[in-house]
Ligand binder design. Structure first.
Ligand code: HEM
Length: 350
């Protein structure tokens, strides 16, 4: 899809979310740019500016909903580690015993009512929380595009600012940023099911085993049902909530399974820039199987309350130096505070 078209789709999503959003959109798109022109440099400031930019693009904030990936569903099940997973990492959930998991599938946009077959509903999201035997938890936050339109948080803020500034500005940004170009041009077909999509962790982590041997790698969720996507015509014929209905119907016929793998870095692969994928020829290590068996109860409240972040980690898995990881985590916390309804916290996050 052309950058102009993608930008128009995002605008349409905002319009659909709120009749007033055209005015809001038009009035506020210049704010992130003026923030950028100043000294936006700390990860916290950039993270807040990115959440503000999402809210402007998507007519938010929408109370109780995430600033992006607003429409989602929580499923429950378990993770069964592979017998060889401990060779990669000493992490507690990779040592043999299965652990309960909560998984949230989502559409991209920050519009709670987005149609699943709308272009701005892609990429799809998959966030996983592993409930550890020591009472803690650890997360993986992945999406269905193997890369990202920006290498750094500042570049991502510039991307969102350009997107909100109009088709010409966005086309200019895309023309001078290869990762944005690749992202905009990449086909993002609607999946047949949340269970028939691949999901990528994008940013690298360091995995260390009990002997102290460490490797850098990126997460990858492979659907055991196989990848399956719709043609544009098939997607257009689907209902707005087709993915959410489908996943619940699918669960009535048996578990949904994904393999969790780590793609290992080789010399020369960037450990600090997730915007481009590593070559497919890199070795994958299987960490285990996710088995989803039920739709979570009390969806509305639990989706509002639960927080997934890429830096909710556990011993044996450490962040790389990719600057996105810290800004992502801060942005997710800002968005979480804003949707929690706590006015004091909301003000503190301004
Ligand atoms: C600087 C880069 C990024 C920023 C600032 C950012 C920001 C955000 C924010 C603010 C949220 C809402 C979180 C919440 O309210 O709980 C979010 C959600 C999400 N993001 Fe990102 N994001 C970034 C990069 C990425 C990347 C690289 C991926 C994929 C690997 C990704 C996947 C997701 C997913 C799947 C969700 C939904 C999580 C959930 O279900 O709770 N994001 N992002």
């Amino acid at each position: 899809m052309s950058p102009v078209l993608w930008s128009q789709h995002v605008r349409k999503a905002a319009y659909g979310a709120c009749a007033f959003s055209l005015l809001v959109f038009g009035l506020t798109v210049s704010s992130p740019r003026s923030a950028l022109a100043g000294s936006v440099s700390s990860p916290t400031v950039v993270a807040k500016a990115i959440v503000d930019a999402f809210d402007r693009l998507f007519g938010g904030p929408h109370p109780s909903f995430r600033s992006v990936h607003a429409k989602g569903i929580l499923l429950e099940g378990r993770f069964v580690p592979d017998p060889h997973a401990a060779q990669l990492s000493r992490a507690i959930h990779l040592q043999g015993a299965s652990v309960p998991i909560v998984v949230r599938f989502s559409d991209f946009a920050g519009v709670p009512t987005i149609a699943d077959n709308a272009p701005e509903a892609n990429p799809k999201g998959m966030a996983v929380k592993f409930m550890l035997s020591d009472g803690g938890s650890t997360d993986i936050v992945a999406h269905s595009y193997n890369g990202f339109p920006a290498a750094t948080p500042e570049e991502f803020l510039a991307f969102l600012t350009a997107l909100g500034s109009g088709p010409e500005q966005f086309a200019t940004h895309v023309a001078s940023h290869p990762a944005a170009r690749l992202f905009v041009d990449a086909p993002k077909p609607a999946p047949l099911s949340f269970a028939s999509e691949s999901y990528f962790g994008v940013n690298a982590f360091n995995f260390k085993n009990a002997e102290g041997v460490s490797h850098f790698g990126k997460y990858y969720f492979a659907p055991l049902a196989g990848e399956a996507h719709l043609t544009d015509a098939q997607a257009a014929a689907e209902k707005p909530d087709y993915l959410f209905s489908e996943v619940q119907a699918r669960l009535r016929n048996g578990p949904i399974r994904f393999a969790l793998r780590v793609q290992l870095a080789e010399a020369g692969d960037s450990l600090t820039d997730g915007s481009f994928p590593w070559p497919r020829s890199r070795r994958f290590v299987q960490l285990g199987i996710l088995e989803l068996t039920a739709v979570g109860a009390n969806q509305k409240q639990r989706q509002r309350d639960i927080l997934f972040t890429p830096l909710s980690l556990v011993g044996g898995i450490a962040p790389s130096d990719d600057p996105m990881l810290i800004s992502r985590t801060r942005a997710y916390r800002v968005s979480h505070r804003r949707r929690s309804g706590d006015q004091a916290a909301h003000l503190a996050s301004q």
